[in-house]
Ligand binder design. Structure first.
Ligand code: 6R9
Length: 568
């Protein structure tokens, strides 16, 4: 029997109070995610149970029990406090998927700080934009990434501390840098956990939009109520499960369901700190007897590409439930997984802003391959008209995905950007910015994004951020960045560029510009193709028409461009 039992039955009587009750939370009282993920689980008698099984890219394994996690996260919290970091201060986590990242996250929350996880593959400029915006006070990083921080430090007057978790030669540390070894830290048995309440800020996750700089979606400790119960019902986490979430905590899946959801449920998690490789992924599942696996369509398509033979070389019989998130999960991938694993991937739809799963396929519910499923009990979701924002009553008509505000893990604002936050709401609906339709049976079918944001391998990249960075290259006069189709990553970045006088388009220049972006922003943001053009299509007021360029890449009907020309 799955945790959710019957989805239809749960719909009838679900209330968020069910989650509050299970977590023994009463309104107005303290709620601290760090405490819920470690101390509470120990109090429930699971202190000796494994919380984390971590494996490095070289095969090194480290294991931590819930009690060890409790005393180490206490040690981190105490250390941060001793450095003068106060509640409400932003502390950035800028690391590969090492144990210090996971425990650092909980340590920050325990002392009342706001955790700001950033993807460790970010280059200096991506890092700078987000640290400057959040006025981050401290950053926890590794020696392999500290160079990127050093380069931008002079422009970040608010950044007071740089904590390096693996630099053993103190003399190599520079200004503001400190060394903190988590595994060698004195365990702290008792720490006065910050008395956070429901609305105390917890996590700041940066996400890209069409225009402007990336925005910090600000979450609060009360998000736990959603994350705990969705992890329980959708991922079907049970006491004896071994759970593997392949997402990096630099992105929201890696925190909501790679830290908070599973640990608040007292479940053992595995982490593999290495890139994608089909055989090592299968071996990881076999070695650790993974039972529940939460991954992403790009990874699944990459596995599909490697073929069925490699699957047969491993014993994957421990697996019992599979879920996916981040981008459209194509029907073929669902059918393939059923064929090779005997289990279908269950698609889940949600966003950085929603903090937890919104529209999902549930254990036991009929899966329609290609559909995102139905709203989580307690979530009111629909599609609204593209112009009037009125709910669309008829099945099969495409509109904007809209959710009734009020679920516990909803973001509370964009950091210092209330205006953009407010613009996300229309007629009392939160507008996700995605298009979909709903069929006669209430299943949601994803159509595409309603903006120019590019979803590459499940990661959102903002065209504006790339275009701005391109302009910093000496050869670039103007640019327009769009997503182009890709069989594995769904979309990759393509840049159209006009050159400054004296520069000629060439393969060599293309490579130089690609590398320039990779270093400045990230490998995800790097254009996979650059087309040098004489001019870019523009609206009458001079705005570049990205949509026209995008439509060409996708072989879509462009139609009447006169409307686009007026489109400001
Ligand atoms: C959790 C996460 C959110 C955007 C979202 C949509 C796309 C996510 C999807 C999906 C189709 C799914 N997206 N899940 N598209 N099917 N199951 O990914 O958060 O990084 O903020 O991305 O990703 O476009 O609006 P985030």
């Amino acid at each position: 029997m799955s945790n959710i039992g019957s989805y239809e039955e749960k719909l009838k009587d679900f209330k968020w109070e069910i989650s509050e009750k299970e977590l023994e939370y009463t309104k107005g009282n303290r709620i601290n995610i760090g405490e819920y993920c470690s101390d509470r689980i120990c109090r429930m008698g699971k202190g000796d149970k494994l919380a984390l099984i971590w494996q490095s890219h070289t095969g090194e394994i480290k294991k931590y029990t819930f009690n060890r996690m409790r005393v180490l996260t206490n040690a981190i919290a105490e250390y941060l406090k001793s450095l003068g970091i106060n509640s409400g201060d932003r502390v950035c986590l800028f690391m590969d998927k090492v144990p210090e990242l996971y425990f650092g996250f909980l340590g920050i929350l325990k002392m009342g700080g706001i955790a700001q996880p950033l993807f460790s593959a970010f280059g200096g400029e991506s890092l700078y934009t987000r640290l400057a915006d959040a006025e981050t006070k401290a950053i926890i990083t590794q020696k392999k990434h500290v160079g990127k921080v050093r380069k931008i430090l002079a422009d970040l007057p608010k950044l007071e501390r740089i904590i390096v978790v693996d630099e053993e030669e103190e003399e190599k540390l520079r200004e503001k840098e400190l060394y903190f070894s988590m595994d060698n830290a004195t365990p702290v048995e008792h720490f006065d956990i910050f008395p956070s309440t429901a609305e105390t800020p917890s996590v700041l996750h940066y996400t890209s939009g069409t225009t402007g700089k990336p925005k910090g979606a600000q979450h609060v400790h009360y998000s736990l109520i959603s994350q705990y119960i969705t992890a329980k019902y959708v991922l079907d986490l049970k006491d004896d499960d071994i759970y593997w979430c392949t997402a990096d905590p630099g992105w929201v899946t890696g925190t909501s369901y790679g830290i908070i959801g599973p640990w608040a449920n007292g479940v053992t998690q595995c982490v593999l700190d290495s890139g994608f490789k089909a055989d090592s992924w299968y071996k990881f599942i076999e070695d650790h007897k993974v039972t529940i696996w939460y991954s992403a369509p790009t990874a699944i398509r990459s596995l599909m590409k490697e073929g069925n033979e490699v699957v047969k070389q491993f014993n994957l019989s421990s697996l019992r439930h599979l879920c996916s998130v981040g981008e459209p999960l194509n029907a073929e991938a669902v059918i393939w997984s059923k064929e090779v694993f005997g289990l279908a991937f269950h698609d889940t739809f949600w966003q950085t802003e929603t903090g937890s799963m919104m529209i999902c396929n549930y254990p036991g519910m009929k899966i329609k391959p290609g559909s995102m499923g139905k709203p989580f009990p307690g979530i009111t979701a629909t599609v609204v008209d593209l112009k009037t924002y009125q709910p669309i009553e008829r099945a099969g008509i495409v509109g904007l995905i809209a959710i009734k505000p009020g679920w516990p893990s909803m973001f509370r604002t964009y950091w210092k950007n209330e205006e953009v936050y407010k613009s996300k709401f229309r007629n009392d609906w939160y507008i996700c910015g995605d298009r979909a339709s709903i069929d006669e049976e209430g299943y949601f079918w994803f159509v595409g994004r309603d903006d120019d944001v590019i979803n590459t391998a499940g990661h959102l990249v903002g065209p504006f951020e790339i275009e701005s960075a391109l302009l910093e290259h000496e050869a670039v006069a103007e640019s327009a960045v769009v997503g182009k189709p890709d069989p594995v990553n769904m979309e990759v970045v393509k840049a159209f560029i006009t050159l400054k006088p004296g520069f000629m388009g060439s393969k060599e220049l293309e490579l130089k510009i690609m590398n320039f972006i990779r270093k400045k922003l990230s490998p995800l943001a790097m254009p996979q193709e650059i087309e040098f053009v004489d001019s870019l299509p523009k609206t009458r007021s001079g705005k570049i028409m990205r949509r026209l360029l995008r439509a060409k890449e996708w072989g879509e009907e462009i139609g009447d461009t006169s409307t686009l020309e007026n489109d400001d």
